[in-house]
Write a protein that binds this ligand. Structure first.
Ligand SMILES: Nc1ncnc2c1ncn2[C@@H]1O[C@H](COP(=O)(O)OP(=O)(O)O)[C@@H](O)[C@H]1O
Ligand SMILES: CC(C)(COP(=O)(O)O)[C@@H](O)C(=O)NCCC(=O)O
Length: 318
């Protein structure tokens, strides 16, 4: 991984091989069983008890320290201002390429954090709900740019995260359906009085555009308390994307409502070609131009190898 700062200054990250990271679990108890773990995996993204014990329990322990420390900082400001103390939700971001397995990571984290002894309320939101509807993307000639910064309602997403951090008791987000490949009109996710929100998506560590009207543009990453970047080599990501597409042909694409239903009918070769094209024309350029450049902004970088196993962990130490 190349996250070293320029000019020979020391890396801001401490790097761990899997075994060394696993030891940092210390005495964190395991609160999930095999059935929980099976339920949390996504299509084509396997996860097992070893992965939870060796990778995710140390992350859960680390996050407990971060949440307590962040809360103490808020309290300091509130005391200074003479305000009565209120809790401010802690925002965790999970970023990374399409098909890297962000949704599994986000779900496992949610399950672990929700079982901390103080039973925090943990909500999970994906940024795809803030994609512009297909009707607008088509009108703006952006259907081939889904997932790129210009395909999102950035202001809506920004309002959503700033409302959460401002302690608004009820915040809503639009909902995206992978099945119909579009935002679902009238549907929403409701977030009420969360302690922790996990925000998962391609763009959660991105920063705003160039200054406009003399003002620096804020972005979602301004509100993130802890950012995780899930990474893997491009060749693996491509393989996982294509394999998932071919597996979905046997399942989700058979649904008459599926945007990709045509690909459940065509030949294996034609479906493969489509998956390869979606990867090389949309998802790979987006990874290179907009997603991977945000990696050095993460607090924790998880590097996956074959079989989706996390082989290396980098933790920001400065
Ligand atoms: N065309 C599709 N039809 C149904 N489900 C899909 C489709 N594409 C992706 N998914 C599912 O949507 C979820 C999010 O996928 P993605 O945005 O690629 O992120 P990641 O793989 O990093 O979790 C995954 O659980 C995946 O299995
Ligand atoms: C919906 C996505 C943009 C991911 O959105 P996210 O939740 O990360 O904001 C992505 O899964 C996607 O559909 N990309 C478009 C190209 C494709 O069909 O693979």
């Amino acid at each position: 991984m190349d996250d070293a700062p320029r000019l020979g200054s020391p890396s801001p990250y401490a790097t761990f091989r899997r075994r060394d990271w696993a030891a940092l679990r210390a005495d964190t108890p395991m609160t999930l069983d095999d059935a929980d773990i099976d339920r949390l995996a996504s299509v084509g993204d396997p996860i097992d008890m070893d992965e939870v014990e060796e990778i995710y329990l140390p992350i859960s322990r680390l996050l407990a320290f971060y949440v307590a420390a962040r809360q103490e900082l808020y309290r300091a400001t509130q005391r200074f201002l003479g305000h009565s103390e209120t809790r401010v939700p802690f925002l965790v971001a999970v970023a990374g390429s399409v098909a890297v397995g962000k949704s599994t990571t986000a779900r496992v984290l949610r399950a672990l954090l929700a079982r901390w002894p103080d039973m925090p309320k943990v909500d999970l939101v994906t940024t795809d709900g803030f994609l512009l509807p297909n009707a607008i993307l088509a009108r703006e000639n952006l259907m081939g740019r889904k997932g790129f910064p210009e395909s999102y309602d950035v202001q809506g997403l920004l309002r959503f995260v700033s409302d959460i951090k401002a302690g608004k008791p009820r915040v809503t987000a639009p909902v995206y359906s992978h099945l119909v490949y579009d935002v679902v009109p009238g549907e929403e996710t409701v977030i009420e009085k969360p302690d922790i929100v996990i925000l998962e998506g391609l763009n959660v560590l991105q920063v705003g555009d160039k200054p406009r009207n003399g003002r620096v543009q804020p972005f979602v990453s301004d509100f993130i308390d802890f950012g995780i970047y899930l990474d893997a080599d491009e060749a693996l990501l491509r393989r996982w994307y294509v394999e998932r597409f071919m597996r979905l042909r046997e399942t989700a694409f058979r649904d008459p409502q599926s945007y990709f239903r045509k690909y459940a009918q065509v030949s294996q070769e034609e479906a493969l070609e489509t998956a390869e094209t979606l990867w090389s024309d949309i998802n790979l350029p987006n990874l290179r131009e907009n997603i991977r450049p945000t990696r050095p902004r993460a607090d924790l970088i998880l590097m996956k190898g074959e079989s989706h196993r996390i082989e290396e962990v980098r933790l920001r130490k400065i």
